[in-house]
Write a protein that binds this ligand. Sequence first.
Ligand SMILES: Nc1ncnc2c1ncn2[C@@H]1O[C@H](COP(=O)(O)OP(=O)(O)OP(=O)(O)O)[C@@H](O)[C@H]1O
Length: 261
Amino acid sequence: MSSLRVRSLVKRFGGLTAVNGVTYTFPERAISAVIGPNGAGKTTFFNMITGIYKPDEGEIELGGRSLVGVKPDRITERGIARTFQNIRLFGGMTVLENVLVGMHIHLRSGVLGTLLGLPGVRAEEQAAREEAYRLLGAVGLQELLNEEAGSLSYGAQRRLEIARALAARPKVLLLDEPAAGMNPRETAELTALIRSLQEKLGISIILIEHDMKLVMELSEHILVLEHGEKIAEGTPQEVRTNPRVIEAYLGRSAAEQEAGL
Ligand SMILES: Nc1ncnc2c1ncn2[C@@H]1O[C@H](COP(=O)(O)OP(=O)(O)OP(=O)(O)O)[C@@H](O)[C@H]1O
């Protein structure tokens, strides 16, 4: 059991309640999305799950164990990895090295020993490299493993971020706006990649995304936030036809369009 559950989750910043009493269970081994207008509280929600912010109230559990008050690196060890809205790669390191860094929590000898190839860490280094090659193959970057990460195209950098997050061997992968800044071709490739990773690895993937086409194509379950509150949850079909979602998320003109006005 590795389902991720949040109950009555609250986060306040001064007088502003960014997340207000959200309860939700993310289905295991599925792709889910968290959507909502700008400022709805989506990133704050991810930041609580990954330990960057401590909730003011409520509970977060992975496989029945509480994550509240657990430090971000321990949360990664427990099985939750993420990517960020703004790309955070080591631009001067190679593609391969970036993935090896993501793997360090599983390496006894530490990433430095692995990168330096110190005696005694060779077997572990070899296994780590093989795993990194596999991950880079899975995201379509095997040809570029010795390139500097900073020299990759934007879409490739986003895929490298996903490979690096997967290097932590997560049960749950959180993707914060993975298609942001991508052109339609890159977005279509990303959609196929996320689906194939979920199928191959059997993990849970949760994404925050403003690209509704991607969300509706990929997600089995959607949680909708507005002003920090859950206003809807369900399948893409249920969410798409929910009048409150149409009005809140897509705006009045979209609601009118939907109603045929
Ligand atoms: N560290 C912080 N300090 C103060 N206010 C914050 C902080 N982080 C977020 N907020 C506020 O909390 C609210 C929710 O922000 P959040 O970034 O979680 O929304 P979001 O749904 O991810 O938005 P977007 O789609 O624009 O990324 C916003 O009003 C934001 O200004």
